[in-house]
Write a protein that binds this ligand. Sequence first.
Ligand code: NAP
Length: 226
Amino acid sequence: MPTPPRVKMPSATSIVARSHPDHIIGVDNTLPWHLRTDLQHFKKLTAGHAVIMGRRTFESLGRPLPNRLNIVLSRQIFDDCANVKWAKDPETALLLADVHSIFTLQPEFFIIGGEVIFGEFQKYINQFWLTDVYTGHMNGDAKFDYTFLPSEWRTREEREFPSGEHDDFSFRITHYARRKFEHRMRSKEEFMPTSSHIIDRLEEWSEFIESQPADDDALADHPTLF
Ligand SMILES: NC(=O)c1ccc[n+]([C@@H]2O[C@H](COP(=O)([O-])OP(=O)(O)OC[C@H]3O[C@@H](n4cnc5c(N)ncnc54)[C@H](OP(=O)(O)O)[C@@H]3O)[C@@H](O)[C@H]2O)c1
């Protein structure tokens, strides 16, 4: 089957944990809680995928996330290494995420923060896994203040979790999906500067992505804790 002139690209999904009720996501470039169950959920969802993050979030992690392609945005110049690629702007980050997803035949990649990056990529994100952490009022220097309007977002799943030995606070995970997905499209020519291998792979990708279930049906396949 010939590759169509413009091909549907992988979809962006985001994962964020914020305090309730103040929507704080970070204090002094760290996470203000430890929730092992939520981290396990994060790991399960993102394993093997490309993850896009800002330079400050990358520093806060202390090391690249294993078993994922770490795409890190910065206006500074840094050297790439095994599973870390630096992107000088959002377009470069999206191209790298697209190439990784196409090579690994995965229909989505992840935007994992922090505040600046969530703001810049918001328009591309079709699904959110939102963790509301019941901390009570708190101060912090990074926020995720977005409101999920029911007219724009459908709630797919929601579950409450208690605090416990390994989870500092009780919390709720909600899976939101856009009522109307934003599909980014690309032509073969846009991949020319990357490598000829990706051009070869595009035809297989095109068949794969066209064979995927429609947006809403595809959501049912998501790995979840539930
Ligand atoms: N709770 C959660 O779910 C969660 C998730 C992730 C992060 N966090 C927290 O969020 C905080 C960090 O968030 P943040 O907003 O301060 O920083 P950030 O979004 O992680 O990173 C910002 C940096 O990304 C780079 N950048 C941003 N836009 C760019 C663009 N258009 N082109 C090129 N580079 C760009 C810049 O790096 P340079 O300065 O190098 O140019 C900028 O300083 C931390 O406290 C972290 O722990 C929380």
